[in-house]
Design a protein around this ligand. Structure first.
Ligand code: ADP
Length: 302
């Protein structure tokens, strides 16, 4: 009865990456290697991850009327994402300017561009898309007021999944809609402790504290240690899958997309998280974000 298994409402960025011997200090110029341009942004990543797993996926996002916007639309379409909801124009496509040194440390400047112009009115104009989607997921690389409008326009029976990244305090209305709220350790600390992120205790304690803030369920991802899921029935550990990690970029986005898709297919939260952990593990065995995302067959083979 739903046309889409997952609607992702979120960001689409071009990641512009240059390798350097040393990241420049203030006032300094350094020469780097050749520019590499990759499709990215948490929304675009999640949509590609879901489509690659075989889910009927749509993206509601905004890109600029420029070459980077074209790159993003192409990568979505070639993964099988329905891009009818991708709005074009209003500002340049969002970009992340990334310098990486030989130790793997990076410096990143993000220009949100068109992502910052995805407005509550854009969400209201897309209620048809929202109503046609079994699960709706969002992140915070678009304005918070736009995420609030998503929550207000959910249709009864659909499910909302939020990865609050980059982390920011969330209004009770948004927290109450999350089923689940998905956070890594850093995001958990910011949501619980405010900007200083000063939170004591163990991840299981954070999961309980986060749940007490109002979401219907919570997932805390723990990198190579897997994840914790928490709902009214308690806290459950989800083991990770042992792999040789090559690059963890975009692992959290793949995890969130896979979790959302499996929940929509009727899996319990621990079952969906166990599957998502396999998808996250597969994603860290290859370089890049979208390029690293597995198909359902590859997850099966892991
Ligand atoms: P984020 O990318 O948002 O920081 P995490 O690093 O917690 O998120 O990774 C998300 C999920 O991806 C984890 O819960 C786990 O399932 C999987 N994952 C990440 N890193 C590894 C790893 N080194 N080995 C196996 N699985 C991993």
């Amino acid at each position: 009865m739903y046309a889409y298994d997952l609607l992702v409402v979120g960001s689409a960025n071009a990641d512009l990456v240059v390798e350097v011997e040393r990241r420049p200090a203030a006032g300094e110029t350094v020469l780097g290697g050749d520019l590499a341009t990759h499709p990215g942004g948490k929304g675009a990543n999640q949509a590609v991850a879901a489509a690659r797993l075989g889910a009927r996926t749509a993206l509601l996002a905004r890109v600029g009327d420029d070459a980077h916007g074209g790159l993003l639309l192409d990568s979505q379409r070639s993964a099988g994402v329905d891009t009818a909801g991708v709005l074009v124009g209003g500002a340049p496509t969002g970009v992340a300017l990334i310098t990486v040194d030989p130790s793997g440390d990076n410096s990143i400047v993000v220009s949100p561009g068109a992502n910052g112009r995805l407005t509550p009115a854009d969400v209201r104009a897309a209620t048809g898309l929202l109503g046609a989607s079994r699960v709706v997921s969002a992140q915070l690389e678009i304005p918070l007021e736009t995420v609030v409008e998503v929550v207000r326009n959910l249709t009864p029976g659909s499910r909302f999944v939020l990865n609050p990244s980059p982390p920011a305090p969330l209004p009770p209305e948004v927290l109450a809609a999350c089923d689940p709220l998905i956070v890594n350790e850093h995001e958990a600390k910011v949501i619980l402790g405010g900007a200083d992120g000063d939170v004591s205790g163990e991840p299981a304690d954070w999961a309980r504290l986060l749940l007490a803030k109002g979401p219907r369920s919570v997932v805390v991802t723990l990198g190579a240690d897997g994840a914790l899921v928490a709902d009214g029935r308690g806290v459950t550990a989800v083991p990770s899958v042992r792999v040789a990690a090559v690059d963890t970029t975009g692992a959290g986005d793949a995890f969130t997309a896979a979790l959302a898709v499996r929940l929509g297919a009727g899996a319990s939260l621990p079952e969906a998280a166990a599957y998502a952990a396999r998808v996250g593990a597969a994603a860290v065995t290859r370089r890049g974000a979208q390029d690293s995302y597995p198909t359902a067959e590859e997850v099966e083979a892991l």
